[in-house]
Design a protein around this ligand. Sequence first.
Ligand SMILES: Cc1cc2nc3c(=O)[nH]c(=O)nc-3n(C[C@H](O)[C@H](O)[C@H](O)COP(=O)(O)O)c2cc1C
Length: 168
Amino acid sequence: MVEDSHAWFRDGPRDMAHERSGLELDTAGLSPALLAAAKFLPALPAEQSHGAWASQTRDIHVPTAALLGMISVRDRYDRPQALAAGRLWQRIHLETSAAGLAMQPLNQPVETIDRERQTDREAKSEARLAAVTHEPGWQPTFVFRAGYPARKAIASARRSVEEVTEEA
Ligand SMILES: Cc1cc2nc3c(=O)[nH]c(=O)nc-3n(C[C@H](O)[C@H](O)[C@H](O)COP(=O)(O)O)c2cc1C
């Protein structure tokens, strides 16, 4: 899981200019001091960088969030429902950003459900989320945090419409 996730991490501006998607230090929500230090040092190996990320989630991202939200569906493995959840998230993200709020997906609590299924382990993640929702008929598929931003965020890279569409 760590390796697959790490494949999305772009190693510097040149890599990002080429991909125009994925994760980079600039938009990882680090404090200015930590960001400067992280840029100065060589890239961390996958395990270490994920360890640091998990600590940030536990110590900063979740405790400072004014709101934690979930988008739930009836069946998270049904493609149309998964797409509808993603489209809903994108609309909420755009609408709230325009209103001056900051939002970030925090979807690892859902992603670990897949990992436990894949490796035939006890479904602890599923049970953890169910204990929060108390809604047996609904399955959380997208988790996020939201609040008023404490500082201005750097815009993430995006591919242009032309890059992701083909002419019929
Ligand atoms: C499907 C999805 C799942 C994500 N899960 C997490 C997560 O578990 N933890 C985390 O810190 N960020 C997560 N992120 C957010 C990214 O770390 C980061 O906020 C994003 O790449 C910055 O780009 P943005 O400007 O689009 O938010 C996720 C993003 C997406 C699209």
